[in-house]
Design a protein around this ligand. Structure first.
Ligand SMILES: NC(=O)c1ccc[n+]([C@@H]2O[C@H](COP(=O)([O-])OP(=O)(O)OC[C@H]3O[C@@H](n4cnc5c(N)ncnc54)[C@H](O)[C@@H]3O)[C@@H](O)[C@H]2O)c1
Length: 438
């Protein structure tokens, strides 16, 4: 295939050299004449393992060209990869001026060719940018429509500087988002010799994946460092601790706890986060990330309360009061706080939790609920049917599949507000259903 690569920075250079190595012919484009010259001389514009050899080899073999003309690259190739920078503006917002300029240049060049062309954006962009900012530019400048004359896709890059070439050949995953599935499939074909899972998605999902990844990487670094800082003060070997931490692939390094849903609660997480941050305070170790966990969790409960208040329907039925399915532990259940707030605002609440019966509550669990929800007895129902009879809004707050049959009977005037994504496909009409953070 003939491929144009716009932007000869880290991502562009590595893509250009590696696609040559896979047998494609590549035209690299940059506005910086120094970078173009480097490639023309068979030299690498970036410092990166294996790059000098690859660039020299493919320039010499005539597989790798460099130009400052976008038009030349578009007319010579079938597919353009956009790899220009998307730095921060002073406000912190994303600077999209370079990607927009490239889109305009590619669009103008598209006007002059008759064959179809594929444009693949690799620069990191916030969800919506490709569809709402780049697509209109491409269509306006080219006078053509996506799907008729050109295809547009978003394909995030996951390479790490320092091991970029290896990462290109062994990526953790390949993600291609497009406006049409056919276009995503076509773009994925250029990675057919690359191992790893391939995900074809909506364009905005592909854009968001990159931000989820990088935010999580940042979170991991900060997390490990804060744990390390506290451990050091306590004379504990943080590397040993994190080594053990990382070997737990059941709860720690796993999809567990990584599903958007409701706030955390129960008798352990809140208490233990509080204890560790309190100890850090005593030790004079600032741990802003750990300290923000309870605040963020509380904010999430407020978000759910607000979403219910916004519906302006006062009869609310709750399915599940304990902090998760399969337990009657009400201690620090975020649902208790949610219910308390709604009652305070005059809402008529009914609750069904198949595991919670007042008569059976014991010890700290009973003390907690008597203190926070003294009128629980009046709110608790014996059957889920009572929730169905009473409610204008049914809040699903735990993922026990036993609640599903009741949801299948939801009436047209009722709304299900699902905090936990009890199942992917609910037996409820779309217009009667709302997911909390999905
Ligand atoms: N560096 C990384 O490790 C990495 C990893 C994954 C994703 N990304 C993302 O990839 C994108 C590129 O990152 P980078 O580090 O390669 O950027 P970079 O700043 O190293 O390179 C960008 C290049 O684009 C060129 N350019 C600007 N406008 C141009 C135009 N109109 N036509 C042609 N070339 C133009 C610049 O001269 C520069 O050489 C960014 O969105 C970045 O967030 C980077």
């Amino acid at each position: 295939m003939k491929i144009g690569v716009f932007g000869l920075g880290y991502v562009g250079c590595v893509s250009a050299a590696c696609f040559c190595e896979l047998g494609h012919e590549v035209w690299g484009v940059d506005v910086d004449p120094v970078k173009v010259d480097f490639i023309r001389k068979g030299q690498s514009p970036i410092i990166e393992k294996e790059m000098p050899e690859l660039i020299a080899k493919h320039e010499k073999a005539g597989h790798l060209h460099a130009t400052s003309s976008a038009e030349e690259a578009v007319t010579q190739t079938d597919l353009s990869l956009i790899c220009v920078g998307t730095p921060s503006l002073e406000s912190g917002a994303l600077d999209t001026q370079y990607v927009k300029r490239v889109a305009a240049q590619i669009g103008q060049a598209l006007k002059k060719i008759s064959k179809s062309h594929t444009i693949v954006v690799r620069s990191t962009l916030l969800p919506g940018t490709t569809r709402t900012q780049l697509l209109p530019i491409l269509e306006a400048e080219s006078g053509k429509k996506e799907g008729a004359g050109f295809s547009l896709a978003y394909n995030p890059e996951f390479l790490r500087e320092g091991s970029a070439v290896r990462d290109f050949y062994e990526p953790p995953k390949t993600v291609v988002g497009a406006l049409r599935e056919e276009a995503a499939r076509e773009v994925a074909r250029i990675y057919q010799d690359i191992p790893g899972p391939v995900f074809l998605t909506a364009i905005e999902e592909a854009e968001m994946v990159k931000y989820a990844d990088n935010s999580f990487h940042a979170l991991k670094v900060v997390f490990a460092n804060e744990i390390g800082a506290v451990a050091k003060k306590l004379g504990v070997d943080s590397h040993r601790v994190m080594e053990i931490f990382a070997q737990d692939t059941k709860l720690n390094l796993s999809p567990y706890y990584l599903k958007p849903g409701f706030a955390f609660g129960g008798s352990c997480l809140p208490k233990d986060v509080r204890a560790l941050t309190a100890r850090a305070r005593e030790l004079n170790v600032a741990v802003p990330m750990l300290s923000s966990l309870m605040t963020s969790n509380r904010e999430h409960v407020h978000r759910a309360v607000k979403a219910i208040l916004d519906r302006k329907k006062k009869k609310v039925g709750i399915l599940g009061l304990a902090f998760k399915a399969g337990t009657d532990d009400l201690r620090e259940s975020p649902m208790v706080e949610l219910v308390e707030t709604l009652i305070g605002k005059g809402y008529q609440i009914k609750i069904y939790d198949k595991n919670v019966s007042l008569a059976r509550l014991r010890g700290a669990n009973r003390v907690f609920i008597e203190r926070t929800l003294p009128h629980l007895a009046e709110l608790l129902c014996e059957t889920a049917q009572e929730i169905l009879d009473h409610s204008e809004v049914i809040v699903v707050a735990n993922s026990d599949p036993d609640y599903l049959p009741i949801l299948a009977e939801v009436r047209d005037e009722q709304v299900v507000f699902d905090l936990v994504r009890i199942v992917r496909e609910l037996p409820v009409k779309k217009e009667n259903y709302d997911g909390f953070c999905w």
